[in-house]
Design a protein around this ligand. Sequence first.
Ligand code: ATP
Length: 418
Amino acid sequence: MARDDLMEKVVSLCKRRGFVYQGSEIYGGLAGMWDYAHYGLALKNNIKQLWWHTFVDSRDDMYGIDTAVIMNPKAWESSGHISSFADPLGDKMFNTMFKTSVGAGEEAMTAYLRPETAGGIFVNFKNVVDSFHPVLPFGIAQIGKVFRNEIAPRDFIFRVRELEQMEVEYFVRPSEWERYFEEWRKKVPGYLAAVGIDMDKVHELDVPDAERAHYSKRTIDFEFDFPFGTKELCGLAYRTSFDLSAHERGSGVELRYVDQETGEKIVPHVIEPSFGVDRTVLAVLLSAYAEDDLGRSSAEASEGKGEKRILLKFNPSIAPVKAAVFPLLKNKPELVTKAREIYSNLKSQIPNTMWDDNGNIGKRYRRQDEIGTPWCITVDFETLENNTVTVRDRDSGGQKRVEAEELVLILQHGLAGY
Ligand code: ATP
């Protein structure tokens, strides 16, 4: 598939099937703004949940936080963002932080929408240490919206002006930064693979001195072969003690960690894995997109009119819909009643199960393939006799008959495999 073609196909599928729409589309849109529809939102939530599970809930050295988008502007002054968070534009540098104002009349002051979630983490370092008494090394994690007035937003949800980030600031003893940098360097690809990104298309780039952000002493970008070029998907930065020291100077508040055994006061150093949610969604969609001849060659061809089929091969754990239940014919009340019963039972155990009786079976398969639903369950006349149903596998198109009572277990098993 030509690379441009792939991008066009994914963008069009996202709109057609309700994943992502252009923001304010009926008014001609607004550059760099996109809206997530039902399935895109479910996909995005699953990607975020897997991240949170991997990096926060399954560990015992991590603390979650959800901080305000608008911070005291002094914080951005201290962190160097007001002077340095800028991209080249003609002769001048253009600061890409969005300005807003807080308060009314004479009280009004200029403030900024945060351009990264990290800022909210650093200013809460002391609070977290005082509340939880963590032992080094430990991390603080945040998922949230950030805003960047990008000079040239482009490539669908790759470069946008309103985005979400998933970031960890991992605090370590200064002498141990290399060890933990290497540890995170292995964990990042582990997550990317688990979320369903094609790892043959992911490459590490050791970012040269001149191109690193002002706060970083070492950065590795994890790049992905997007159809429009090999570009940064997420990054791993060694931020030294830059931020804590800067906020200490700016606020006058001591931001240190006190070693409980020696009483020594340390300004920890920081390793930062930083992921963009929207870029991850795009890489997952591009990795999952496939076309094959199933619609032409199999028994499904007669109903699917022999077209090439399009499918999204999501890992079941992040698929927006886990299973769809169909009555073979929707004008046979006994089939519909039985299918509804099986559907309700399944949905109570596996929430993202969907009812689908729209169009013939071939059309329903096409639709579910495009949504990326791993399993389709059909209730037919045989079900009324012996309580068995067919389960059709998205990727192979293969079908098998199973006891309706075993469905929950079979699907749970399939979901746990990823
Ligand atoms: P780029 O070089 O592509 O502008 P960056 O180096 O400015 O990215 P970081 O500041 O390291 O990006 O931000 C961390 C992550 O946030 C990126 O790896 C990316 O996934 C995401 N990200 C940053 N800017 C954008 C954007 N404008 N649109 C979508 N995602 C973004």
